[in-house]
Design a protein around this ligand. Structure first.
Ligand SMILES: [Zn+2]
Length: 409
């Protein structure tokens, strides 16, 4: 398990509350009117943007890219902004213009040379392709380009169906690429979640990737590149999309969502560089102000093996809502990770409030790679069990007891 990438937080994959009915979906985004698919609208990710811009400047635009990053980091936004930049008729140094005919169409996701493939849900007997859902896709992405697969499926299906990219999609892709360019410099095919394609579909896609028509650019946007055929991986230029920097997330929460500095920082930290999660947390309105105190208490109690203090702590935490407990556990994972990082004197990686910094600086000597992994594992397990509606009291007590004795003495 690596701590620079991903797994070190428990995932809160449930749907964003308040977003389940079509009429009031994304009420949260009404405040922001500028999700217009420019590089500047992509949260953070400055080095990825610079890399893409450099490749254009140097005339090295590839035939196929793989934007690889976990949920909520903005890979899809990056791909769309890049597509827009490539086809902009008046592009600047760092971004597309906002007014050429190409930009106007891309901003509405209706550019005739920018195509989308994404997983869809079967309804009835016929096998759907992306085009069957294109109007839903456009309004969904335009409302908020930071969403999870689960949120997209919930938007297009009534029950909890998981979608996929069916083999029939490849024919549609081939047909579109066979058309001459309408007006763009590039014909662009953005495939969101190619890992949702079955093997037959993947093999057909591979044939096109092997011999792409001229001026065609594929942009595969994957949250799980490990699930792609090795042959597809080897045909694409991989663009690693890391977690969003806490400072960039904080900034967007302050500016677009009007949070105060401290609140924005706390939420950004809790969200572990994942904008989908940040919005989820923002919407759930959970009060995080007591988390540091709870974290300090459980660390002290387990370190000093004080069983009665552990019991007290469990009594205080277990009545909290499941959402709140899971958020707290995620917070605790973040604090442990920061304490570990602190040991390497990399303060730039640690973004903490004054109180948190004070605790972490004293606590970090007790955390090493080995006990970090074991503790995070226990916290993740507890998080998953809480999600499955287990008994909070038993789960938390069990977790705390297992953590006793894990500290570096
Ligand atoms: Zn333009």
């Amino acid at each position: 398990m690596s701590f620079s990438k991903g797994k070190a937080f428990c995932r809160l994959d449930k749907q964003t509350p308040g977003y389940n009915s079509k009429s009031d979906e994304f009420a949260i985004f009404d405040k922001s009117k500028n999700n217009v698919m420019l590089f500047k609208d992509v949260i953070g990710q400055e080095s990825v943007k610079a890399h893409l811009l450099k490749s254009v400047k140097e005339g090295r635009v590839g035939h196929s890219y793989l934007f690889a990053g976990p949920e909520g980091v903005g890979s899809l936004s990056l791909a769309i902004a890049f597509a827009r930049y490539l086809n902009c008729l008046n592009s600047g140094e760092t971004d597309a213009c906002e007014s050429c005919s190409s930009c106007i169409k891309t901003a509405k996701l209706v550019h005739p040379d920018i195509h989308f493939v994404f997983p869809v849900v079967k309804k009835g007997s016929s096998t759907p392709v992306s085009d069957d859902y294109i109007s839903e896709w456009r309004s969904f992405v335009l409302a908020n380009p930071y969403f999870s697969a689960g949120q997209w499926f919930a938007n297009i299906a009534d029950d909890k169906k998981a979608g996929m990219i069916y083999a029939e999609e490849s024919l549609s892709v081939i047909r579109k690429l066979g058309l001459k360019n309408f007006e763009g410099k590039f014909k662009i095919m953005i495939i969101w979640l190619p890992e949702k394609m079955n093997e037959t579909g993947g093999n057909k896609l591979l044939k096109i990737l092997e011999e792409p028509p001229s001026n065609t650019v594929f942009m595969l946007v994957s949250e799980n590149p490990g699930a792609l055929l090795g042959t597809i991986l080897s045909r694409t230029q991989r663009i690693e999309v890391p977690f969003i920097e806490v400072s960039a997330l904080t900034k967007v929460l302050q500016e677009k969502y009007e949070l105060g500095t401290e609140q924005a920082e706390a939420l950004a930290r809790l969200s572990n560089g994942n904008m989908v999660k940040a919005l989820d947390n923002l919407d759930s309105g959970v009060d995080k102000s007591g988390y540091l105190d709870l974290f300090v208490r459980i660390m002290r109690a387990t370190y000093s093996r004080k069983i009665f203090e552990i019991v007290d702590w469990v009594d205080d935490v277990s009545p909290m809502s499941r959402d709140n407990i899971r958020n707290f556990l995620t917070y605790a994972i973040g604090m442990l990770r920061d304490s570990f990082i602190f040991n390497f004197k990399q303060p730039e990686l640690v973004f903490l409030s004054a109180g948190e910094k004070d605790f972490v600086s004293r606590f970090s000597p007790f955390i090493n790679n080995d006990n970090l992994l074991r503790m995070v594992e226990e916290l993740e397990l507890a998080c998953a069990q809480i999600e499955q509606n287990g008994n909070s009291k038993i789960i938390l007590f069990d977790m705390a007891i297992k953590m006793v004795g894990m500290f570096k003495q």
